[in-house]
Each structure stands twice: as C-alpha cells, then as structure tokens.
Design a protein around this ligand. Structure first.
Ligand code: NAD
Length: 497
C-alpha cells in the first residue's frame, strides 16, 4: 500500500488538521501511486507560522558562520543521497535522470555557496562626513520567510530560496508545488539530517489556493519568495503590495534562440534540442522560439526536424529516454490547445503536434516534441508561454529584426544568440531585453553562483542565485557612532568644523 505522508510543523511530522489527503502519481505511469499527501488548510499554516516565529528568535542569534556550517552539511547529505533523490524526483515529475541529477547538483552547489556566505554577509564601512564619527552598515535577518515553489525544478528552486533565507537567519515556511510533494519532503529530511534545528523549517503540503494563499496573507510572514506562473505571481503582488511585504517573483518566459547565417549550425542544433525539449519544454528558460536567419532557415529546419524525430519519448528512469512525460493532464491539454491555436493562426506542424502514441506511452502524460514552422511575430504561439515541448520557428532577415522580435514579448527571462561575429554578440548582449543572454549556448544552463532572474513580466526586479539573493533575504541596517562628544549636525555643520 502506498505511504501516507505528513506535514512537518512544530518540529514534528504531523497529519494535516483538515484530515484530507490527495494522491500523487507517476506522470509516466499513472497506475503507480507515489503516496498520499496532505491537503492542508489555513489552520495548518497558522501552526507552522507560530512555530517558525518561535524558532526565529533563536536562529537569528546563531552566528552566521554556524548557520553556514549547517548548510555545508546539507550539501554533504544531498551529495550522499543524490542518486536516491534523483530517482524519486524522476518518478514524481517525469524528467530524465540526467536532469534530476542536475537539479540536485544545483541544490548542492547552492548549499556550499550559502555555507561560504556565512563568513561574508558583507556590510559596508564608509567614511563619515563628520569628524570622530563612524558610519557603517550590516545585514539583519527579517523573520518568517514564506517559500512557494513550482513543479519543474523540485529541488533546485526550493534550495535557491530556502538556503539563503536560512543563512541570513530567517525561519522558513515551505509550500512545494502539489505536483512534487515527495521531493519537497526529501529536502526537509535532508535539512533535518544535516542538523538544522527542527522548528526553523516548516513544510506545509497542499494546494496553492488554500496553503499558498494562507501563507501570503498571513500578517506574521513579512517576506515571500515565489516562483511560478505570471498569473499567480500577479495575485501575490497585489496582496503583498497591500500588506507591505517584501516579495520576490520569478515567473514566466518566452525565450528565443537567434541563429544567424554565420553560426556553427551543428552547435546551434545541439543547443536548440537541449533548450527546447529538456525537461519536456517545462522550463522557465526553455527555448520556446527559434529565430532563424533566412539564409540558413530551410537547411537548419531540415536538420532540426530530422533530429527531433529521433528523440525518444518515454519513462525518464529508462536510459533510452530523451524526453519524459509532462507533469499532468492539464499541462498536456494546454500544450495541445496551443498547437491548435498555432494551426488556426497559419503555422504548420513540421513534426509532432499530438500526444505520445503506442502502448508504451499509453499510461503517461506524453506529448510529442513539436516544431511549428511558418510562425510570424505577433502570433499567440510566438507571444505566450506554452510550457510544453513546442518550438515556434520564425524567419528573420537581420540581427536588427531578430532583436526586435526577441524583445517583442511581455517576458524577459533568457535569450541566446549563435554567431561567429563578435560585434553581433556584443550588440545582442547590450540590446536584448532579458535577465540572461547566452552566446553560442542555449537559453538554459544557469549556474548557482550567478544572479538569476528576468525583466518585464518575468520578475519584479529581484534576483535569485549568486550574491544578490542575500540582499532579498536580509535587511540592511545602518549604524552611526559619534564619539566627538558634541552635537554634530549632518549637512549643516561643515565637516565637523
Ligand atoms: P503555478 O503558478 O501554478 O504554481 C506555483 C506555486 O504557486 C505552486 O506551489 C502553487 O501551488 C502555488 N500557488 C498557486 N496558486 C496560488 C495562490 N493563489 N496563492 C499562493 N500560491 C499559489 O506554476 P507551476 O505550474 O507550478 O510552474 C510553472 C510556471 O512557473 C511557469 O509559468 C514557469 O515559467 C514558471 N517558472 C518560472 C521560473 C523562473 O525562475 N522565472 C522557474 C521555474 C518556473
């Protein structure tokens, strides 16, 4: 019989106060039940926040290097359990093992980065404009951090948020996507195994509308870090704006790869296959648009379609699989819906365009890797995030046009240019409106120690990863120490004379 899982609240694994559970099934084989997980409600969130407030009082006083030591051990435990968790993750959300291993490696890298940040967390010491006076700043923890994450990187994205939040001295209430509760549970197990004081982390499973909404609306949760769709992010923005909360949003994308006529086409081909169909196209940074220079358009498309048709769809646990299933039926239906929209707009399905077929694929949410040709700038399949294995191909005549088309969408997360012309590369770096631009590499492949995030409707100005996320999870406090023994008035008394 499948296991019934619990929340982690108040330092213990506990049943939800609602008494309700939902089933989590393998998207490659529906008949396989992974477990029953809590459908929690606002009362569970209330308990979690109370416990997190208690633990914050102690954790914030733990020296940052000691907090960093805990995160170093988290990296060690994740390393030791990498294979086991990767298999569980593939079983839970479908992407192939190489990718779930990479997802955990991102978490390991993030843990070691956080550990080292425990000995930095730099403030500034600057000269004062007055005599016998010191001016400096340091970083303080904020309080209870509400962490709300999507399904597609079930380990990496929670670690991008939880590890810096903890390192900065905050306590955490974590709500993973209801599609990946098992991986979320394993992450909490790892944190506890590494020696995190139990009440510093709370795990509340359940639906966004019930649990996520209760966390965001809770008056004692002053900071929220969210990754997910632009629609959900907009709702959170309204609530947090009204309640004066600090909010980090990482949302949708419609990322383009530009291939110029001087590009190394074989290199670009490997790049677009990985960018468009890795994680079955369900990456915020997925290559969703391919802008091909007219001189290489037809040749490159022939090369591309040939390779896409050889991609093997299947269970991500099998070594023969290139592309796994989609996360659930709604995601697959949405993908089909967009392909139909594209056809209605005058695009052409060059390969794919339908659900996975055959007995081997009958039990899962498979969708064929799809290339849409004849797409024009402005069509919905060129403008809107599909979040599935669908690549929209647009013919362009120049770098100017490519940059214009690239920038003509409401999102701005990742981007890519293949060229051998260094002038074109630098122009793209400067002129493409996106948080990330890759040169001669696909739109995916962020590294843990660099800031990550997007512009326009992809984000709200914050960054994850690297050094910048530590600014989000801590508050700058400024200190002035005047040892002159007299009243010195800034801006009025000239340099203390
Ligand atoms: P989603 O918005 O449906 O859900 C994300 C999380 O928000 C889940 O935990 C969900 O339960 C919760 N949620 C839903 N409604 C809520 C509400 N009303 N209040 C509070 N929480 C709520 O997104 P998803 O389908 O899990 O993920 C796909 C989306 O995430 C895509 O749009 C993708 O581009 C985006 N994404 C962005 C990044 C990035 O860094 N920019 C990374 C990964 C995914």
């Amino acid at each position: 019989m499948a296991k019934t899982f619990k929340n982690f609240i108040g330092g213990q694994w506990v049943a939800p106060m609602t008494g309700e559970y939902y089933e989590n099934r393998n998207p490659a084989t529906w008949s396989e039940l992974i477990g029953r997980f809590p459908s929690s409600g606002p009362k569970d969130v209330e308990q979690a926040v109370r416990s997190a407030i208690r633990s914050f009082a102690l954790w914030k006083k733990t020296p940052a290097p000691a907090r960093g030591d805990v995160l170093r051990r988290v990296g060690d435990v994740l390393t030791a359990r990498k294979e086991e968790i990767a298999r569980a993750m593939t079983r839970e959300m479908g992407k192939v093992l190489a990718e779930t291993r990479g997802d955990i490696q991102e978490g390991i890298d993030t843990a070691y980065y956080a550990a080292s940040e425990g000995r930095r967390l730099f403030g500034h010491t600057v000269p004062s404009e007055l005599r016998s006076k010191w001016a400096m700043s340091f970083r303080r923890p904020i309080g209870v951090a509400g962490i709300i994450t999507p399904f597609n990187f079930p380990m990496a994205i929670p670690t991008w948020k939880i590890f810096p939040a903890l390192l900065c001295g905050n306590s955490v209430v974590f709500k993973p996507s209801a599609d990946v509760p098992h991986t979320g549970t394993l992450l909490v197990e790892v944190l506890l195994e590494a020696g995190l004081p139990p009440e510093v982390i709370q795990l509340v499973h359940g639906r966004g509308r019930a649990v996520g909404n209760a966390i965001v609306n809770h008056p004692k949760v002053p900071l929220i870090s969210f990754t997910g769709s632009t629609e959900t992010g907009a709702k959170l923005g309204e609530i947090c704006g009204r309640m004066h909360k600090r909010l980090s949003l990482e949302m949708g994308g419609k990322n383009a790869m530009i291939v110029m006529d001087d590009a190394d086409l074989e290199l670009a081909l490997d790049g677009v296959l990985w960018g468009a169909f890795g994680t079955t196209g369900q990456r915020c940074t997925a290559t969703s648009r391919l802008l091909l220079h007219r001189k290489i358009h037809d040749r490159f498309l022939r090369m591309l379609v040939d390779r896409v048709e050889r991609l093997r769809l299947g269970d991500g646990l099998l070594p023969t699989t290139d592309v796994g299933p989609m996360i659930n039926e709604a995601a697959r239906e949405n993908t089909q819906h967009y392909v139909d929209i594209g056809l209605g707009e005058g695009a052409e399905v060059l390969t794919g365009g339908r659900k996975g077929r055959g007995a081997r694929l009958a039990q899962g949410w498979f969708y064929q890797p799809t290339v849409l040709g004849g797409v024009k700038a402005g069509m919905r399949v060129e403008q809107e995030e599909i979040f599935g294995p669908v690549l929209s191909v647009v013919r362009i005549g120049s770098l100017d046009e490519a940059i214009r088309v690239n920038n003509g969408v409401k999102f701005g997360l990742s981007s890519s240019l293949y060229t051998r012309d260094v002038r074109a590369a630098f122009r793209a770096m400067e002129e493409i409106d996106a948080g990330i631009t890759y040169i001669n590499a696909p739109t995916i492949g962020a590294e843990a120690h660099l800031p990550f995030g997007g512009v326009k409707e992809t984000g709200n100005g914050h960054r994850e990863g690297g050094w910048e996320v530590y600014h989000f999870f801590s508050e700058t406090k400024v200190i002035y120490v005047d040892y002159s023994g007299t009243l010195q008035r800034a801006q009025i008394d000239n340099y203390g004379e």
